[in-house]
Design a protein around this ligand. Structure first.
Ligand code: LRH
Ligand code: MN
Length: 424
């Protein structure tokens, strides 16, 4: 389904007066409003190809209908999201869930929708039909060299697909670990994994990066072989300059200070990118900013400060990707809300008066430090984010237009109620 230009224009003209009033009221107090709007227009977030259908848990899955059946239909849905917010201009593919049978055709289709390919994702956490060796006891950590070789070969195959599509990075998330004390030699598992990652690293094209994604637990529940930021950094440092860490917000133990982790990884020049989502307990893969919006703001506050300290371009300096799963929300509405929350956290972080904050820190004026941060966080930046969309010919209120145009109903009409998208 494509949205016609006039449909967006009509929607925006209905909301224009209210938006203009709110934007002018906000902008009159923000000297850098124009600069912030320009930064928001440039900022693009990659949509995961594995999160366009209904997710589920081991207890059940409740499909909403109209799910994309093919990679082409997934590109169509991401193209529709991008039409609505002009902030979703990239796709992160997961292999083998979304193998581009005809890479050139998929690349051309992506260009039609204004989409580029962000990081490719390998999958050595499931056994595929006809697979020679099982990953039941791990992939790159496995005691059997043949299993490790199978995992390395798969990652090299994923790089090949990415090169054909114009991607320039690979995310490696390993579910490897153990479920019981005694089951695994932590040292051997680390050495086997590092040896395997070195083989993948040496297959990277010169301009490519590899992101080592860490996770505290699940599906293993005693140890995870890339279990936290320290282990991921250890691998990335031992692999070389093209290796980085990837921070999935849901992959931390309760109450971890993720903004501190982000600031240190950025300081070390080893932060590669993000998988944005939110969680209250485990790897819940909920809508970004839906449970802990202040944490998302604090993370972006460290990102803006850290990237400015290194003179990095905000939009292209890191891999900005969503990684979510939709158990009760419409997948596309959920993704629209996640993009909005990320854009708002970024806008609020851009509002922080860094010089005043530094001065207050030098005076150990703790109260003033909090006032400066929370003044930014408590500023309703939605008119700034909406203005960026308006100037990008997107919708002032994407979720509202999605509903007014009965997009889900149309997709169900086209695809049926029972279609199931590949992915989580
Ligand atoms: C693991 C993870 C990883 C993906 C998968 C879909 O929890 O975050 O990034 O490969 O989800
Ligand atoms: Mn992830």
């Amino acid at each position: 389904m494509r949205i016609e230009r006039y449909q967006i224009d009509e929607h925006n003209s209905r909301l224009a007066e209210g938006h203009q009033r709110k934007f002018e009221f906000l902008a009159q107090d923000i000297s850098r409003a124009e600069e912030i709007v320009q930064k928001l227009i440039k900022f693009q977030i990659a949509i995961p190809s594995w999160a366009l259908g209904t997710g589920g848990t081991r207890f059940g899955r409740f499909s909403g209908g109209g799910e994309p059946r093919t990679l082409e239909e997934k590109m169509e849905d991401i193209g529709l999201l991008h039409q609505l917010n002009q902030s979703s201009g990239a796709v992160s593919l997961h292999i083998p869930w979304d193998i581009p049978e005809n890479p050139n055709a998929i690349k051309a289709l992506a260009a039609q929708y204004g989409l580029r390919f962000d990081a490719m994702n390998s999958n050595t956490f499931q056994d595929q039909p006809g697979q020679q060796h099982s990953y039941k006891f791990g992939s790159m950590q496995h005691v059997d060299k043949a299993v490790r070789k199978q995992a390395v070969d798969h990652n090299i195959e994923v790089i090949k697909y990415g090169v054909e599509l114009g991607s320039d990075s690979l995310t490696v998330w390993l579910s490897d670990g153990s479920c019981f004390p005694g089951q695994l030699s932590f040292r051997r598992a680390f050495e086997n994994t590092l040896e395997s990652l070195h083989e993948v690293y040496s297959a990277l094209p010169d301009n490519w990066k590899v992101f080592v994604e860490y996770k505290a637990f699940e599906p293993n529940f005693y140890s995870t072989t890339v279990g936290d930021w320290g282990q991921s950094l250890l691998y990335a440092n031992k692999l070389g300059s093209k290796a980085y860490t990837l921070v999935d917000l849901g992959h931390h133990l309760p109450n971890a200070n993720i903004e501190q982790i982000v600031s240190l990884l950025l300081m070390e020049g080893k932060l590669g990118g993000f998988h944005f989502n939110d969680s209250k307990y485990g790897d819940d893969d909920l809508t970004a900013g839906s449970v802990k919006p202040y944490q998302l703001f604090l993370i972006f506050n460290e990102l803006v400060a850290g990237m400015d300290a290194k003179g990095m371009d905000h939009a292209s300096g890191l891999g900005w990707m969503i990684d979510a799963s939709h158990n009760v929300k419409d997948p596309l509405e959920d993704l629209l809300q996640s993009v909005e929350a990320i854009m708002m956290a970024y806008a609020q972080a851009l509002l922080v008066d860094a010089a005043a904050l530094e001065a207050a820190r030098q005076e150990n004026d703790v109260v003033r430090c909090q006032e400066i941060l929370q003044n930014a966080f408590r500023t309703d930046v939605r008119p700034l984010v909406a203005e960026a969309r308006l100037r990008s010919n997107a919708a002032l209120n994407p979720v509202q237009l999605f509903r007014d145009l009965k997009v889900r109903e149309n997709l169900i009409g086209e695809r049926g109620l029972k279609t199931v998208a590949t992915g989580l």
